[in-house]
Design a protein around this ligand. Structure first.
Ligand code: GKE
Length: 340
């Protein structure tokens, strides 16, 4: 049962998944929420004025003490990240997120927090197991021996282990999930940090709006991935926080597609067919990746199940509206300010 009484702290609360988690907790009746993000408030994706919103840099240990003060639950979703276009070009910045997780764990312990959730990633998986385009289903044990995605993946694997040892050595209740490419409305869709589903939706919207019947695709388009809709992610995060699952666990869809198939689906939603230009100079990451959900099924009798088609329809229409709003001069991302 989601804790709706004690203070719930969401770091990265101004971002995609963090903002969506705050919105979901509010809907579940949680009235004691603190959202923390380093982004200035007018860059928060979603912000609610019946939530304690703090704009602070959690790389600093002292600010983590402020963020964790009085917390019952801490969802640590703060990280300097993005899609392949960002993490391949900012490996040191991605690794510096280790400061956030380290300081938040120390502050959680010092401030007596009851539960701590850490958001890890499919980028921890061994690259040698992701060489084929046949979307290998990655089991949790495939993270070892370690050969993570450079920069970002290593930080995530290291922080997974620190979360585990804070539990084993200091008794802090920690839970860890490995997210597999989360997408949906209120996510990053332009500016360089966007992941493939949002990027492809934006490019199709732009091509249609500008009557430019072509689309740039990074790589050969044969790369395969599974993409998890935000609502499944939020449900999974809370199920895992409330569970007895002690090891890091996959939280991802098991519906793998190639990037070419992803473009087919978005074109289908937009009712358009575009000429494809493949750019082999752009970041491509691993060739193939999918989530093996045997373990989460065993523990929770549940797995992410919102179909890519259904998720893309909502994401495409949201990005379309954002694009139109921006073309009309609105400041890029239309934010939801909820006044109680
Ligand atoms: N971002 C992006 N933008 N990717 C594109 C594009 C485009 O316009 N066109 C094709 N792709 C291809 C990329 O080259 C890559 O092969 C695939 O789509 C997925 O790219 P992605 O969504 O940016 O990120 P990845 O799944 O490769 O990696 C991400 O995995 C997440 C966990 O599943 C990481 O960047 C992190 O966001 C995170 O760890």
């Amino acid at each position: 049962m989601t804790n709706t009484a004690g203070l719930v702290v969401v770091t990265g609360g101004g971002g995609f998944i963090g903002g969506a988690l705050v919105a979901s907790l509010r809907k579940q009746g949680c009235q004691n929420i603190r959202a923390v993000d380093v982004k200035p408030f007018d860059h928060w994706y979603q912000r609610f004025d019946d939530v304690e919103n703090l704009c602070m840099d959690l790389n600093e240990k002292s600010t983590c003490d402020v963020a964790a003060r009085g917390a019952h639950d801490i969802y640590n979703l703060a990280a300097n990240m993005g899609g392949m276009g960002f993490i391949e070009k900012n490996k040191a910045l991605c690794m510096l997120s280790v400061l956030i997780n380290t300081h938040m764990l120390q502050s959680a312990l010092k401030q007596g927090a009851s539960r701590f959730f850490y958001a890890s990633s499919a980028c921890v998986y061994n690259g040698d197991k992701q060489k084929t385009f046949e979307a290998p289903s990655l089991k949790e044990e495939d993270a070892y021996p370690a050969l993570c995605e450079d920069g970002y993946g290593w930080e995530k694997l290291f922080s997974e282990r620190m979360s585990r040892h804070f539990r084993e050595d200091f008794g802090l209740y920690t839970r860890v999930a490995r997210f597999h490419n989360v997408y949906g409305p209120w996510g990053t869709w332009f500016g360089g940090r966007e992941k493939a589903p949002a990027a492809i939706c934006r490019k199709v919207v732009e091509a249609k709006a500008k009557n430019k019947h072509e689309i740039d695709i990074w790589g050969t388009g044969n790369q395969t991935r599974s993409f998890m809709y935000i609502d499944d992610c939020l449900e999974g995060v809370q199920k895992i926080m409330n569970s007895e699952i002690l090891e890091p666990i996959n939280l991802g869809s098991s519906e793998a597609v190639s990037i070419n198939q992803l473009v087919d689906m978005v074109e289908g939603i937009a009712g358009i067919r575009l000429e494809r230009k493949y750019d082999l100079t752009q970041p491509q990451g691993v060739n193939g990746r999918n989530s093996d959900n045997t373990l989460i099924q065993k523990y929770l009798h549940w797995e992410p199940s919102i179909s890519l088609q259904a998720g893309l329809e909502k994401t495409y229409s949201w990005i379309h509206d954002q694009y139109v709003a921006r073309e009309k001069g609105a400041a890029g991302v239309v934010r939801e300010f909820v006044t109680s």
